[in-house]
Design a protein around this ligand. Structure first.
Ligand code: SF4
Length: 159
């Protein structure tokens, strides 16, 4: 199956699943209260040495409204960070919601991320959709012209 983000966004079935997952994560985060310095460093991937991985349905929802003025390739930073702030709060994927610099939150962060990935995998199986879990840069490549897509590096894929 060709890996490509739909230019028309995600479908209603996936939207409902993702929104319920995101709300559940947000509730758990609210209860756990990890410390966030709101530095925005985790969205500046190169500076922070960070790669944002997400699934294809998450990418479809995130990229649905299109990109802010670019260029963007997702290797320097996230295109949705504007003026140090996330402009995609409602659509941001699991990894953006569970990641915190707070060392005391690390164990919980791993558990929450694994649980979320488990739910995403189950929904992929249920819907018969191929599992595609790639860096944001991969999906941003799919927002460009087809001839540019082939030159994009695929860093690695988790299964
Ligand atoms: S979607 Fe928002 S929180 Fe996630 S990397 Fe981009 S700017 Fe940061």
């Amino acid at each position: 199956m060709e890996n490509r983000v739909s230019r028309t966004g995600t479908d209603s079935w996936w939207r409902e699943k993702l929104i319920s997952l995101y709300e559940s994560i947000d509730e758990q985060i609210s209860e756990a209260g990890p410390r966030c310095e709101a530095s925005g460093k985790c969205c500046r991937f190169k500076e922070f040495d960070h790669t944002l991985f997400l699934t294809e349905p998450e990418a479809e929802l995130l990229l649905e409204p299109g990109l802010p003025p670019g260029p963007h390739d997702g290797t320097i930073g996230c295109p949705y960070q504007v003026g140090g702030l996330c402009t995609a709060r409602e659509r941001r994927p699991v990894a953006c919601r569970t990641f915190f610099c707070d060392p005391s939150f690390e164990e919980k962060m791993v558990t929450m991320t694994e649980d979320s990935i488990g739910r995403l995998k189950a929904w992929h199986r249920e819907s018969g959709r191929a599992w595609t879990y790639r860096p944001l840069a991969y999906f941003l490549g799919d927002q460009r012209a087809p001839q540019e897509r082939s030159s994009l590096p695929v860093l690695h894929e988790l299964t």
